[in-house]
Design a protein around this ligand. Structure first.
Ligand code: HAS
Ligand code: CU1
Length: 557
């Protein structure tokens, strides 16, 4: 379905609210990214922290980097992007604008409340906020309010979809809207874990209402959310790879039913895997960890479906553009379009990020890489590339679409995508390698080496990779922001018929060709609930029954 741009005034509200979400997202990403090169260079032995005198410690910088990039940027981008995608895909405005507004206000309030202690070095607990590290209560309260705000944004999408179902009885919702609402439902279910952790443990504990927490139980609630969180980040990128990238490439989505299947499988399978982050935690019986390992390999399947479906879709486009041969069609994809190139490069990086994930998920190989620099190597290829580079590429059509102005400079945008790709290849190669050689994550390696605390001569070369890669990534960030800032102010004003549409690929295999249960919610919600109860119920009961809420808070900074 293509939405005519003449319907523009109809979506004025959605455009405005989306621009606000995106503005906050990219402001957070900018601040968070400032710390990236400092961390990378420090690992190489070059300490430039004096350039950010308002930052007290390496750990405060690392906390800001993780919270702003991984939690604030992603959540704000996704809530904005999915709100807009839902409305346009259904071709109807949000049903209750006040709900979208309320969500935005709560998210903003939560963000401000959490940001204050973060900036004052009163919440230097890293983005995982594991107790017994203890932050100022405002941090936990702010995070909770921001999450609740994002739920409200999700409800606003949900009610809009329900309105569409009412007006279109018996019909299958368009893929983009369905995928957007599945993503928000996944998020709402997943964040129940941190909601419990925050409300019953961390907030009362930091306020002094209870004396201690059980760190093991808190971590378990955290990873109940923390693992599906990565699919909350990934699915909007997948939505774009399925439904938008093929259109930008001049082709079609290969199979719509298969895309729906992948999204519903993510809903059902994302949550009950948290123990693959806790393989080395004591206090959880091995059998439960093994079950979560098996389920982790199950959630690999919808990613494989995605790889196949997206590759086939791009193949259709490459051939339509005159390409031939097993791989010759790849060259015929429109590599001159930054909005597509960024996404193609993100996909390529994700192949390696995904393979790394499978290594992490292996019960015995995890022992080798856990808590080493390999892990940030993995997540910079996944959330830092597959997701972030896709979101950056999305901005290259979305910003002109929302502002009615031409992208300021296409060549700069292309250079940005390629420098991110090249920088990330070098950077993540370094982290993976040095991690395999035993270098710990979340450590000032440069300082430790200088002080002769520990050093392995094999680390020298990969740490230089980390430093160089980090600097290239920062150059890429600067290139990104020249376009993001210049487009709304200096971009050529477009006539109404020149404004790019939201790309929506037609499907080669239409949704109607698939079974109805690929468009129905109930069976999938039932499967989701059942799997969560089976994989978490008994062990959570046991952990709660034996909990010893005795640990006081620590503030080692
Ligand atoms: Fe992960 C740790 C396992 C995916 C993010 N992960 C992390 C952490 C983060 C993260 C942030 O089992 C660190 C948490 C912390 O701070 O402690 N991860 C996996 C597995 C997958 C996986 C099995 N991770 C992700 C994604 C993330 C993410 C996605 C963010 C968005 N991860 C783990 C484990 C740990 C972990 C353990 C704990 C490690 C430890 O010990 O601490 C899988 O879902 C991956 C499946 C994906 C694939 C790739 C499919 C490829 C596709 C691209 C197709 C390409 C095309 C190219 C079509 C197998 C879909 C066409 C292009 C042309 C040009 C033609
Ligand atoms: Cu995970």
């Amino acid at each position: 379905m293509t939405v005519a741009t003449s319907a523009k005034p109809k979506f004025a509200f959605e455009k405005r609210i989306t621009l606000i979400h995106l503005g906050v997202a990219f402001f957070a990403l900018f601040l968070g990214s400032l710390y990236g090169p400092l961390q990378a260079l420090e690992q190489m032995g070059v300490d430039l922290y004096f350039l950010v005198p308002w930052t007290q410690t390496y750990y405060q910088g690392l906390t800001l980097h993780g919270v702003l990039n991984a939690l604030v940027f992603t959540t704000w981008f996704i809530t904005g992007f999915l709100t807009y995608a839902t409305a346009r895909s259904l071709d109807r405005p949000m049903r209750y604008q006040w709900l979208s507004n309320l969500g935005l206000i709560l998210m903003a309030l939560g963000l401000v409340v959490a940001a204050i202690p973060l900036l004052l070095d009163m919440a230097t607990v890293l983005y995982t906020f594991y107790p017994p590290l203890q932050a100022n209560p405002a941090f936990y309260i702010g995070v909770t309010v921001m999450v609740v705000g994002s739920w409200v944004v999700g409800f606003s999408m949900y009610f809009t979809l329900v309105g569409w179902y009412r007006d279109n009885p018996g019909k299958r919702a368009p893929f983009i809207a369905l995928a957007a609402v599945i993503t928000m439902a996944l998020w709402q279910i997943a964040t129940l874990g941190v909601a419990v952790e925050e409300l019953l443990m961390l907030i009362p504990w930091s306020l002094g209402l209870i004396q201690g927490v059980d760190p093991q139980l808190a971590r378990t609630f955290f990873w109940f959310t923390g693992h599906p969180l990565v699919y909350f980040w990934l699915l909007p990128a997948y939505l774009s790879w399925y439904a938008m990238a093929p259109k930008l490439a001049g082709g079609k989505l290969f199979s719509d039913p298969m895309a729906r299947l992948a999204f519903f499988l993510f809903l059902a399978l994302s949550v009950p895997l948290g123990f693959h982050h806790q393989y080395v935690d004591p206090g959880i019986a091995a059998g439960w960890k093994y079950l979560h390992a098996v389920l982790t390999y199950a959630v690999f399947v919808p990613s494989l479906l995605t790889a196949f479906n997206v590759f086939a879709s791009l193949n259709i486009a490459g051939k339509a553009n005159g390409g031939s041969g097993t791989f010759g069609w790849i060259l015929k994809l429109p590599w001159g379009k930054p909005e597509l190139t960024a996404q193609l490069l993100a996909m390529i990086l994700f192949i390696f990020g995904g393979i790394g994930g499978l290594i992490n998920a292996s019960y015995n190989m995890n022992i080798v890489i856990h808590n080493t620099a390999w892990v940030p190597g993995h997540f910079h290829l996944t959330v830092g590339s597959a997701v972030t580079l896709t979101f950056m590429g999305t901005m290259y059509w979305l910003l002109p679409h929302l502002t009615g102005r031409k992208l300021w400079n296409t060549q700069v945008a292309l250079a940005q995508a390629w420098t991110w790709f090249i920088g990330m290849v070098i950077f993540s190669r370094g982290l993976h390698l040095v991690g395999l050689q035993g270098a710990p994550r979340r450590t000032m390696l440069g300082a430790a080496i200088k002080a002769e605390v520990f050093f392995n001569p094999d680390w020298r070369v990969p740490l230089i990779f980390v430093g160089i890669g980090g600097v290239i990534l920062f150059i890429s960030v600067l290139l990104l922001y020249t376009n993001l800032i210049a487009t709304p102010f200096f971009g050529k004003k477009l006539a109404e018929d020149e404004v790019p549409e939201m790309p929506e690929a037609e499907a080669m295999v239409a949704p109607e060709a698939g079974p109805m249960w690929l468009s129905q919610w109930k069976p999938w919600f039932a499967a989701t609930a059942l799997l969560i109860v089976l994989a978490y119920g008994p062990i959570l009961y046991e952990l709660i029954r034996t909990a010893e809420a005795t640990s006081p808070g620590f503030k080692p900074w």
